[in-house]
Design a protein around this ligand. Structure first.
Ligand SMILES: [Zn+2]
Length: 505
Protein backbone atom coordinates (compact mmCIF):
# COMPACT_ATOMS: atom_id res chain seq x y z
CA UNK A 1 0.00 0.00 0.00
CA UNK A 2 2.84 2.34 0.74
CA UNK A 3 3.56 2.92 -2.88
CA UNK A 4 0.01 3.90 -3.69
CA UNK A 5 0.06 6.45 -0.92
CA UNK A 6 3.48 7.58 -1.98
CA UNK A 7 2.14 7.92 -5.49
CA UNK A 8 -0.50 10.27 -4.15
CA UNK A 9 2.27 12.26 -2.55
CA UNK A 10 4.09 12.22 -5.86
CA UNK A 11 1.03 13.39 -7.74
CA UNK A 12 0.33 16.16 -5.28
CA UNK A 13 3.89 17.32 -5.74
CA UNK A 14 3.74 16.98 -9.54
CA UNK A 15 0.39 18.73 -9.78
CA UNK A 16 1.19 21.30 -7.14
CA UNK A 17 2.66 23.83 -9.54
CA UNK A 18 5.83 25.91 -9.19
CA UNK A 19 7.75 22.65 -9.15
CA UNK A 20 7.65 22.68 -5.42
CA UNK A 21 8.03 19.20 -4.10
CA UNK A 22 6.23 19.10 -0.85
CA UNK A 23 7.23 16.65 1.79
CA UNK A 24 5.22 13.77 3.03
CA UNK A 25 4.32 15.69 6.17
CA UNK A 26 2.19 18.25 4.31
CA UNK A 27 -0.21 15.66 2.94
CA UNK A 28 -3.31 14.96 4.92
CA UNK A 29 -4.25 11.39 4.40
CA UNK A 30 -7.79 10.52 5.36
CA UNK A 31 -7.74 8.79 8.68
CA UNK A 32 -9.98 5.83 8.08
CA UNK A 33 -8.73 3.65 10.85
CA UNK A 34 -6.87 0.44 10.33
CA UNK A 35 -9.34 -2.30 11.10
CA UNK A 36 -8.84 -5.39 9.02
CA UNK A 37 -11.95 -4.77 6.89
CA UNK A 38 -10.75 -1.34 5.92
CA UNK A 39 -7.60 -2.72 4.34
CA UNK A 40 -7.93 -3.79 0.75
CA UNK A 41 -8.07 -7.52 0.01
CA UNK A 42 -5.67 -9.13 -2.50
CA UNK A 43 -8.48 -9.10 -5.12
CA UNK A 44 -9.04 -5.41 -4.56
CA UNK A 45 -5.31 -4.73 -4.76
CA UNK A 46 -5.32 -6.44 -8.17
CA UNK A 47 -8.21 -4.34 -9.37
CA UNK A 48 -6.49 -1.19 -8.25
CA UNK A 49 -3.27 -2.34 -9.87
CA UNK A 50 -5.05 -2.73 -13.18
CA UNK A 51 -6.59 0.70 -12.86
CA UNK A 52 -3.14 2.14 -12.19
CA UNK A 53 -1.93 0.36 -15.34
CA UNK A 54 -4.89 1.89 -17.21
CA UNK A 55 -3.70 5.38 -16.36
CA UNK A 56 -0.12 4.51 -17.36
CA UNK A 57 -1.52 3.20 -20.66
CA UNK A 58 -3.55 6.36 -21.21
CA UNK A 59 -0.40 8.43 -20.62
CA UNK A 60 1.48 6.39 -23.25
CA UNK A 61 3.80 4.79 -20.69
CA UNK A 62 3.20 1.17 -21.70
CA UNK A 63 4.43 -0.55 -24.85
CA UNK A 64 1.41 -2.85 -25.13
CA UNK A 65 3.44 -5.03 -27.43
CA UNK A 66 2.49 -8.69 -26.89
CA UNK A 67 6.00 -9.98 -27.72
CA UNK A 68 7.70 -7.64 -25.24
CA UNK A 69 5.03 -8.42 -22.64
CA UNK A 70 5.45 -12.16 -23.08
CA UNK A 71 9.20 -11.90 -22.63
CA UNK A 72 9.09 -9.93 -19.40
CA UNK A 73 6.27 -12.08 -17.98
CA UNK A 74 8.16 -15.28 -18.84
CA UNK A 75 11.30 -13.98 -17.18
CA UNK A 76 9.36 -12.74 -14.15
CA UNK A 77 7.49 -15.99 -13.61
CA UNK A 78 10.63 -18.06 -14.07
CA UNK A 79 11.93 -16.18 -11.02
CA UNK A 80 8.63 -16.33 -9.13
CA UNK A 81 8.61 -20.13 -9.47
CA UNK A 82 11.76 -20.14 -7.31
CA UNK A 83 10.76 -17.35 -4.94
CA UNK A 84 9.57 -18.08 -1.43
CA UNK A 85 5.92 -17.25 -2.18
CA UNK A 86 5.25 -18.56 -5.69
CA UNK A 87 1.48 -18.38 -5.13
CA UNK A 88 1.41 -14.58 -4.76
CA UNK A 89 -0.17 -12.64 -7.65
CA UNK A 90 2.35 -10.94 -9.93
CA UNK A 91 2.06 -8.82 -13.03
CA UNK A 92 5.26 -7.82 -14.81
CA UNK A 93 5.19 -4.88 -17.20
CA UNK A 94 7.51 -2.48 -18.96
CA UNK A 95 7.53 1.30 -18.64
CA UNK A 96 8.21 3.08 -21.90
CA UNK A 97 10.73 5.53 -20.49
CA UNK A 98 14.49 5.92 -20.60
CA UNK A 99 15.02 6.34 -16.87
CA UNK A 100 17.05 3.57 -15.27
CA UNK A 101 14.59 2.26 -12.74
CA UNK A 102 12.28 -0.49 -11.52
CA UNK A 103 9.63 -0.63 -8.84
CA UNK A 104 7.34 -2.99 -7.01
CA UNK A 105 3.80 -1.88 -6.19
CA UNK A 106 1.52 -3.74 -3.78
CA UNK A 107 -0.53 -6.46 -5.41
CA UNK A 108 2.62 -7.76 -7.10
CA UNK A 109 2.79 -5.14 -9.87
CA UNK A 110 6.43 -4.96 -10.94
CA UNK A 111 7.39 -2.28 -13.44
CA UNK A 112 10.71 -2.26 -15.25
CA UNK A 113 11.78 0.86 -17.11
CA UNK A 114 13.02 0.51 -20.68
CA UNK A 115 16.10 2.53 -19.68
CA UNK A 116 17.07 -0.19 -17.24
CA UNK A 117 16.73 -2.91 -19.88
CA UNK A 118 18.87 -0.90 -22.29
CA UNK A 119 21.69 -0.53 -19.78
CA UNK A 120 21.88 -4.19 -18.74
CA UNK A 121 24.37 -6.35 -20.59
CA UNK A 122 22.85 -9.74 -19.96
CA UNK A 123 19.65 -11.43 -18.94
CA UNK A 124 21.28 -12.31 -15.59
CA UNK A 125 21.56 -8.61 -14.78
CA UNK A 126 17.96 -7.85 -15.73
CA UNK A 127 16.80 -10.91 -13.76
CA UNK A 128 18.80 -9.69 -10.76
CA UNK A 129 16.89 -6.42 -10.57
CA UNK A 130 13.53 -8.16 -11.01
CA UNK A 131 14.42 -10.79 -8.38
CA UNK A 132 15.24 -7.97 -5.95
CA UNK A 133 11.85 -6.30 -6.62
CA UNK A 134 10.01 -9.64 -6.25
CA UNK A 135 11.62 -9.98 -2.83
CA UNK A 136 10.26 -6.57 -1.77
CA UNK A 137 6.78 -7.98 -2.50
CA UNK A 138 7.20 -11.42 -0.95
CA UNK A 139 8.74 -9.90 2.20
CA UNK A 140 5.85 -7.38 2.46
CA UNK A 141 8.25 -4.42 2.54
CA UNK A 142 5.87 -2.31 0.46
CA UNK A 143 2.97 -2.88 2.82
CA UNK A 144 4.64 -2.24 6.15
CA UNK A 145 4.05 1.08 7.77
CA UNK A 146 0.92 1.90 5.78
CA UNK A 147 -1.71 0.21 7.84
CA UNK A 148 -3.99 3.20 7.42
CA UNK A 149 -4.30 2.83 3.66
CA UNK A 150 -7.81 1.61 3.05
CA UNK A 151 -10.21 0.51 0.40
CA UNK A 152 -11.70 3.97 0.48
CA UNK A 153 -8.46 5.88 -0.11
CA UNK A 154 -7.27 3.90 -3.11
CA UNK A 155 -10.00 4.89 -5.62
CA UNK A 156 -9.23 8.49 -4.66
CA UNK A 157 -5.60 7.96 -5.63
CA UNK A 158 -6.62 6.32 -8.94
CA UNK A 159 -9.00 9.22 -9.62
CA UNK A 160 -6.21 11.72 -8.96
CA UNK A 161 -3.85 9.87 -11.27
CA UNK A 162 -6.53 9.78 -14.01
CA UNK A 163 -7.36 13.47 -13.52
CA UNK A 164 -3.71 14.39 -13.82
CA UNK A 165 -3.39 12.43 -17.07
CA UNK A 166 -6.59 13.95 -18.45
CA UNK A 167 -5.66 17.52 -17.50
CA UNK A 168 -2.21 17.20 -19.01
CA UNK A 169 -3.59 15.75 -22.21
CA UNK A 170 -6.24 18.38 -22.70
CA UNK A 171 -3.70 20.62 -24.45
CA UNK A 172 -2.75 18.21 -27.26
CA UNK A 173 0.27 16.08 -28.15
CA UNK A 174 2.89 18.18 -26.42
CA UNK A 175 0.88 18.16 -23.25
CA UNK A 176 0.84 14.36 -23.55
CA UNK A 177 4.57 14.45 -22.99
CA UNK A 178 3.99 16.70 -20.03
CA UNK A 179 1.63 14.09 -18.60
CA UNK A 180 4.27 11.43 -19.04
CA UNK A 181 6.88 13.58 -17.38
CA UNK A 182 4.53 14.33 -14.50
CA UNK A 183 3.77 10.69 -13.94
CA UNK A 184 7.36 9.61 -14.36
CA UNK A 185 8.44 12.23 -11.88
CA UNK A 186 5.59 11.20 -9.63
CA UNK A 187 6.99 7.71 -9.77
CA UNK A 188 10.46 9.10 -9.33
CA UNK A 189 9.29 10.67 -6.14
CA UNK A 190 7.60 7.47 -5.18
CA UNK A 191 10.96 5.85 -5.64
CA UNK A 192 12.76 8.50 -3.66
CA UNK A 193 10.45 7.92 -0.78
CA UNK A 194 11.21 4.24 -0.96
CA UNK A 195 14.48 5.26 0.63
CA UNK A 196 12.32 4.76 3.64
CA UNK A 197 12.79 1.10 2.97
CA UNK A 198 15.10 0.43 5.80
CA UNK A 199 18.63 -0.62 5.07
CA UNK A 200 17.70 -4.03 6.43
CA UNK A 201 14.81 -4.22 3.89
CA UNK A 202 17.32 -3.65 1.10
CA UNK A 203 19.77 -6.22 2.45
CA UNK A 204 16.92 -8.67 2.81
CA UNK A 205 15.74 -8.05 -0.77
CA UNK A 206 19.35 -8.57 -1.97
CA UNK A 207 19.74 -11.75 0.04
CA UNK A 208 16.40 -13.29 -0.96
CA UNK A 209 16.77 -12.03 -4.52
CA UNK A 210 20.18 -13.69 -4.90
CA UNK A 211 18.79 -17.00 -3.65
CA UNK A 212 15.93 -16.75 -6.14
CA UNK A 213 18.34 -15.92 -8.95
CA UNK A 214 20.58 -18.90 -8.22
CA UNK A 215 17.68 -21.29 -7.83
CA UNK A 216 16.14 -20.14 -11.11
CA UNK A 217 19.41 -20.91 -12.87
CA UNK A 218 20.68 -17.36 -13.37
CA UNK A 219 24.14 -16.17 -12.44
CA UNK A 220 23.77 -14.92 -8.85
CA UNK A 221 26.63 -12.49 -9.44
CA UNK A 222 24.29 -10.57 -11.74
CA UNK A 223 23.08 -8.42 -8.89
CA UNK A 224 26.50 -7.15 -7.81
CA UNK A 225 27.39 -6.70 -11.49
CA UNK A 226 24.40 -4.61 -12.45
CA UNK A 227 24.40 -2.30 -9.44
CA UNK A 228 28.17 -1.95 -9.50
CA UNK A 229 28.23 -1.04 -13.18
CA UNK A 230 25.43 1.50 -12.78
CA UNK A 231 27.40 3.27 -10.08
CA UNK A 232 30.64 3.22 -12.10
CA UNK A 233 28.92 4.52 -15.23
CA UNK A 234 27.36 7.35 -13.30
CA UNK A 235 30.72 8.31 -11.80
CA UNK A 236 32.67 8.00 -15.05
CA UNK A 237 30.27 10.14 -17.01
CA UNK A 238 29.75 12.59 -14.20
CA UNK A 239 26.02 11.81 -14.27
CA UNK A 240 23.80 11.90 -11.29
CA UNK A 241 23.28 8.31 -10.26
CA UNK A 242 20.33 6.53 -11.86
CA UNK A 243 17.05 6.69 -10.02
CA UNK A 244 17.31 3.14 -8.81
CA UNK A 245 20.60 3.80 -7.00
CA UNK A 246 19.09 6.77 -5.23
CA UNK A 247 16.03 4.81 -4.23
CA UNK A 248 17.83 1.61 -3.36
CA UNK A 249 20.79 3.06 -1.49
CA UNK A 250 23.84 1.16 -2.51
CA UNK A 251 27.29 1.46 -1.18
CA UNK A 252 30.35 -0.52 -2.17
CA UNK A 253 30.19 -2.66 0.96
CA UNK A 254 26.71 -3.74 -0.02
CA UNK A 255 27.93 -4.72 -3.48
CA UNK A 256 30.82 -6.65 -1.95
CA UNK A 257 28.43 -8.43 0.38
CA UNK A 258 26.09 -9.25 -2.49
CA UNK A 259 29.05 -10.76 -4.29
CA UNK A 260 30.08 -12.84 -1.29
CA UNK A 261 26.51 -14.02 -0.82
CA UNK A 262 26.22 -14.89 -4.49
CA UNK A 263 29.36 -17.02 -4.33
CA UNK A 264 28.01 -18.76 -1.29
CA UNK A 265 24.64 -19.30 -2.95
CA UNK A 266 26.34 -20.75 -6.00
CA UNK A 267 28.35 -23.16 -3.83
CA UNK A 268 25.37 -24.19 -1.75
CA UNK A 269 22.65 -24.58 -4.28
CA UNK A 270 23.99 -26.70 -7.04
CA UNK A 271 23.49 -24.43 -9.99
CA UNK A 272 20.61 -25.49 -12.15
CA UNK A 273 21.75 -25.17 -15.71
CA UNK A 274 19.10 -23.51 -17.81
CA UNK A 275 18.37 -25.02 -21.18
CA UNK A 276 21.24 -23.99 -23.42
CA UNK A 277 19.84 -21.08 -25.44
CA UNK A 278 22.20 -21.81 -28.32
CA UNK A 279 20.79 -25.32 -28.47
CA UNK A 280 17.22 -24.10 -28.63
CA UNK A 281 15.74 -23.76 -32.05
CA UNK A 282 13.58 -20.77 -31.28
CA UNK A 283 15.16 -17.43 -30.47
CA UNK A 284 11.90 -16.06 -29.03
CA UNK A 285 12.91 -16.05 -25.39
CA UNK A 286 16.36 -14.64 -26.01
CA UNK A 287 17.24 -11.46 -24.15
CA UNK A 288 19.06 -10.09 -27.19
CA UNK A 289 15.96 -10.43 -29.38
CA UNK A 290 13.80 -8.75 -26.75
CA UNK A 291 16.29 -5.91 -26.34
CA UNK A 292 16.54 -5.13 -30.06
CA UNK A 293 12.75 -5.16 -30.41
CA UNK A 294 12.48 -2.80 -27.47
CA UNK A 295 15.21 -0.53 -28.85
CA UNK A 296 13.26 -0.12 -32.10
CA UNK A 297 9.86 0.38 -30.42
CA UNK A 298 11.31 2.81 -27.88
CA UNK A 299 12.65 5.19 -30.51
CA UNK A 300 10.34 8.13 -31.30
CA UNK A 301 8.68 7.90 -34.71
CA UNK A 302 10.99 10.51 -36.24
CA UNK A 303 14.24 8.96 -35.06
CA UNK A 304 16.17 7.23 -37.80
CA UNK A 305 17.87 4.11 -36.52
CA UNK A 306 18.78 2.82 -39.96
CA UNK A 307 22.41 3.95 -39.95
CA UNK A 308 23.02 2.40 -36.54
CA UNK A 309 21.62 -0.98 -37.56
CA UNK A 310 23.37 -1.03 -40.93
CA UNK A 311 26.64 -0.45 -39.13
CA UNK A 312 25.91 -3.20 -36.60
CA UNK A 313 24.96 -5.68 -39.31
CA UNK A 314 28.05 -4.82 -41.36
CA UNK A 315 30.17 -5.52 -38.29
CA UNK A 316 28.45 -8.83 -37.42
CA UNK A 317 26.62 -10.06 -40.54
CA UNK A 318 25.53 -13.32 -38.88
CA UNK A 319 24.05 -11.81 -35.74
CA UNK A 320 20.30 -12.60 -36.05
CA UNK A 321 19.38 -10.04 -33.38
CA UNK A 322 20.94 -7.06 -35.13
CA UNK A 323 19.46 -8.25 -38.43
CA UNK A 324 16.05 -8.49 -36.79
CA UNK A 325 16.44 -4.94 -35.50
CA UNK A 326 17.34 -3.79 -39.00
CA UNK A 327 14.32 -5.58 -40.48
CA UNK A 328 12.00 -3.95 -37.92
CA UNK A 329 13.37 -0.50 -38.69
CA UNK A 330 13.00 -1.09 -42.43
CA UNK A 331 9.39 -2.22 -41.97
CA UNK A 332 8.72 0.82 -39.81
CA UNK A 333 9.96 3.00 -42.65
CA UNK A 334 7.90 1.00 -45.16
CA UNK A 335 10.97 -0.20 -47.02
CA UNK A 336 8.99 -3.37 -47.59
CA UNK A 337 11.18 -5.15 -50.08
CA UNK A 338 14.37 -5.12 -48.10
CA UNK A 339 12.49 -5.78 -44.86
CA UNK A 340 10.83 -8.82 -46.38
CA UNK A 341 14.08 -10.22 -47.77
CA UNK A 342 15.65 -9.97 -44.34
CA UNK A 343 12.62 -11.51 -42.61
CA UNK A 344 12.64 -14.41 -45.08
CA UNK A 345 16.34 -15.04 -44.55
CA UNK A 346 15.95 -14.92 -40.76
CA UNK A 347 13.01 -17.31 -40.88
CA UNK A 348 14.91 -19.71 -43.11
CA UNK A 349 17.80 -19.83 -40.62
CA UNK A 350 15.47 -20.02 -37.56
CA UNK A 351 12.18 -21.51 -38.73
CA UNK A 352 10.80 -21.89 -35.18
CA UNK A 353 11.18 -18.27 -34.16
CA UNK A 354 7.70 -16.81 -33.84
CA UNK A 355 8.91 -13.20 -33.96
CA UNK A 356 10.32 -13.71 -37.47
CA UNK A 357 7.11 -15.32 -38.75
CA UNK A 358 5.03 -12.51 -37.27
CA UNK A 359 7.18 -9.89 -38.96
CA UNK A 360 6.72 -11.61 -42.29
CA UNK A 361 2.95 -11.91 -41.83
CA UNK A 362 2.78 -8.24 -40.90
CA UNK A 363 4.67 -7.24 -44.05
CA UNK A 364 2.39 -9.42 -46.20
CA UNK A 365 -0.71 -7.95 -44.60
CA UNK A 366 0.46 -4.41 -45.23
CA UNK A 367 1.47 -4.96 -48.83
CA UNK A 368 -1.82 -6.20 -50.25
CA UNK A 369 -1.31 -9.93 -49.66
CA UNK A 370 -4.02 -10.46 -47.05
CA UNK A 371 -4.75 -14.06 -48.03
CA UNK A 372 -1.10 -15.07 -47.55
CA UNK A 373 -0.91 -13.25 -44.24
CA UNK A 374 -4.15 -14.83 -42.97
CA UNK A 375 -2.91 -18.30 -43.92
CA UNK A 376 0.34 -17.65 -42.09
CA UNK A 377 -1.46 -16.41 -38.93
CA UNK A 378 -3.77 -19.41 -39.02
CA UNK A 379 -0.81 -21.80 -39.16
CA UNK A 380 0.94 -19.92 -36.36
CA UNK A 381 -2.21 -20.04 -34.22
CA UNK A 382 -2.20 -23.83 -34.68
CA UNK A 383 1.38 -24.06 -33.44
CA UNK A 384 1.13 -21.40 -30.69
CA UNK A 385 -2.48 -21.52 -29.50
CA UNK A 386 -4.00 -18.70 -27.44
CA UNK A 387 -1.05 -16.35 -27.78
CA UNK A 388 -1.88 -12.65 -27.88
CA UNK A 389 1.21 -12.03 -30.04
CA UNK A 390 -0.43 -14.11 -32.80
CA UNK A 391 -4.12 -13.45 -32.18
CA UNK A 392 -4.04 -9.64 -31.93
CA UNK A 393 -2.56 -9.00 -35.40
CA UNK A 394 -4.53 -11.96 -36.81
CA UNK A 395 -7.84 -10.54 -35.53
CA UNK A 396 -6.92 -7.06 -36.71
CA UNK A 397 -6.45 -8.35 -40.24
CA UNK A 398 -9.67 -10.40 -40.10
CA UNK A 399 -11.59 -7.27 -39.09
CA UNK A 400 -10.03 -4.98 -41.66
CA UNK A 401 -12.64 -5.47 -44.38
CA UNK A 402 -15.64 -5.27 -42.07
CA UNK A 403 -16.89 -8.73 -43.06
CA UNK A 404 -19.34 -10.32 -40.58
CA UNK A 405 -18.15 -13.88 -41.19
CA UNK A 406 -14.50 -13.01 -40.57
CA UNK A 407 -15.52 -10.96 -37.53
CA UNK A 408 -17.19 -14.04 -36.03
CA UNK A 409 -13.92 -15.96 -36.50
CA UNK A 410 -12.01 -13.15 -34.81
CA UNK A 411 -14.44 -13.07 -31.87
CA UNK A 412 -14.16 -16.84 -31.42
CA UNK A 413 -10.34 -16.68 -31.51
CA UNK A 414 -10.06 -13.83 -29.00
CA UNK A 415 -12.67 -15.13 -26.58
CA UNK A 416 -10.27 -17.42 -24.59
CA UNK A 417 -7.88 -14.51 -23.98
CA UNK A 418 -10.70 -12.30 -22.71
CA UNK A 419 -12.08 -15.11 -20.52
CA UNK A 420 -8.70 -15.19 -18.76
CA UNK A 421 -9.55 -11.75 -17.49
CA UNK A 422 -6.62 -10.01 -19.12
CA UNK A 423 -5.99 -6.29 -18.59
CA UNK A 424 -4.78 -5.74 -22.17
CA UNK A 425 -7.07 -2.97 -23.40
CA UNK A 426 -6.15 -3.61 -27.04
CA UNK A 427 -7.75 -7.08 -26.93
CA UNK A 428 -11.06 -5.72 -25.61
CA UNK A 429 -11.14 -3.12 -28.38
CA UNK A 430 -10.66 -5.87 -30.98
CA UNK A 431 -13.34 -8.07 -29.41
CA UNK A 432 -15.71 -5.10 -29.30
CA UNK A 433 -15.19 -4.41 -32.98
CA UNK A 434 -15.60 -8.11 -33.80
CA UNK A 435 -18.94 -8.37 -31.96
CA UNK A 436 -20.11 -5.12 -33.52
CA UNK A 437 -19.53 -6.50 -37.03
CA UNK A 438 -20.95 -9.88 -36.07
CA UNK A 439 -24.23 -8.23 -34.96
CA UNK A 440 -23.96 -8.74 -31.21
CA UNK A 441 -24.45 -5.21 -29.83
CA UNK A 442 -24.58 -6.02 -26.10
CA UNK A 443 -21.36 -8.01 -26.08
CA UNK A 444 -19.79 -5.33 -28.28
CA UNK A 445 -20.81 -2.55 -25.89
CA UNK A 446 -19.50 -4.46 -22.88
CA UNK A 447 -16.14 -5.04 -24.55
CA UNK A 448 -15.82 -1.40 -25.62
CA UNK A 449 -16.66 -0.20 -22.12
CA UNK A 450 -13.99 -2.51 -20.68
CA UNK A 451 -11.50 -1.30 -23.24
CA UNK A 452 -12.14 2.28 -22.10
CA UNK A 453 -11.61 1.29 -18.45
CA UNK A 454 -8.35 -0.54 -19.14
CA UNK A 455 -7.22 2.48 -21.13
CA UNK A 456 -7.68 4.65 -18.05
CA UNK A 457 -10.74 6.46 -19.52
CA UNK A 458 -12.85 5.79 -16.46
CA UNK A 459 -15.56 8.39 -17.03
CA UNK A 460 -16.04 7.30 -20.63
CA UNK A 461 -16.23 3.69 -19.45
CA UNK A 462 -18.84 4.48 -16.80
CA UNK A 463 -21.02 6.37 -19.28
CA UNK A 464 -20.93 3.33 -21.56
CA UNK A 465 -21.82 0.94 -18.73
CA UNK A 466 -24.69 3.20 -17.66
CA UNK A 467 -26.04 3.21 -21.20
CA UNK A 468 -25.89 -0.60 -21.14
CA UNK A 469 -27.64 -0.70 -17.79
CA UNK A 470 -30.63 1.19 -19.25
CA UNK A 471 -31.23 -1.51 -21.86
CA UNK A 472 -34.03 -3.93 -21.04
CA UNK A 473 -32.61 -6.91 -22.96
CA UNK A 474 -29.67 -7.80 -20.69
CA UNK A 475 -29.65 -11.26 -19.19
CA UNK A 476 -29.16 -11.77 -15.46
CA UNK A 477 -25.39 -12.26 -15.66
CA UNK A 478 -24.83 -9.35 -18.02
CA UNK A 479 -26.76 -7.05 -15.72
CA UNK A 480 -24.83 -8.23 -12.67
CA UNK A 481 -21.51 -7.63 -14.44
CA UNK A 482 -22.53 -4.18 -15.62
CA UNK A 483 -23.71 -3.16 -12.16
CA UNK A 484 -20.50 -4.40 -10.55
CA UNK A 485 -18.45 -2.30 -12.97
CA UNK A 486 -20.48 0.81 -12.27
CA UNK A 487 -19.96 0.29 -8.53
CA UNK A 488 -16.21 -0.06 -9.07
CA UNK A 489 -15.92 2.99 -11.28
CA UNK A 490 -18.13 5.40 -9.37
CA UNK A 491 -15.69 6.52 -6.63
CA UNK A 492 -12.89 6.97 -9.19
CA UNK A 493 -15.07 9.02 -11.53
CA UNK A 494 -16.31 11.19 -8.66
CA UNK A 495 -12.72 11.97 -7.76
CA UNK A 496 -11.81 12.74 -11.40
CA UNK A 497 -14.79 15.12 -11.60
CA UNK A 498 -14.02 16.76 -8.29
CA UNK A 499 -10.45 17.46 -9.35
CA UNK A 500 -11.57 18.51 -12.83
CA UNK A 501 -13.95 21.10 -11.34
CA UNK A 502 -11.26 22.43 -9.09
CA UNK A 503 -8.67 22.44 -11.86
CA UNK A 504 -5.70 20.12 -11.53
CA UNK A 505 -3.26 21.88 -13.82
ZN1 LIG B 1 15.17 -2.31 -3.20
Amino acid sequence: MRIFIVLIVGLLAAGGGAGAVRGQGSVNLPDLGSSAEAIASPQEMRRFGRQMLGSFRQAGLLFDDPLLDEYIETLGFRLVAHANRPDHHFRFFLIRDRNVNAFAAPGGYIGTYAGLVMMTESEDELAAVIAHEIAHITQHHALRGYESASKASIPIMIGMLAALVAASQAGGAQAGEAAQAAIVSGMGLMQQLQINYTRSNEYEADRIGIQTLAQAGFDPLGMADVFGRMGRQARNYGLSPPEILRTHPFESTRIAEAKARAEEAARRSERITPPDPAGQRSLDNRFELFRERMRVLLAPAGENQLARYREQVARAPDDPFQRYGLALVLARQEAWREAEELAQALLQAHPDTLAFSLLLADIEGRTGREAEALARYQALDGRHPDRAAVLAPYAELLLRKGDAGQARIAARLLRPLIDRDTDHAQLYALVGRAYELAGEPIRAAEAHALSAAYNGRFEDSMVQFERLQRRDDLDYYQRARVEARITELTPIVLEVRRRGDRGTG
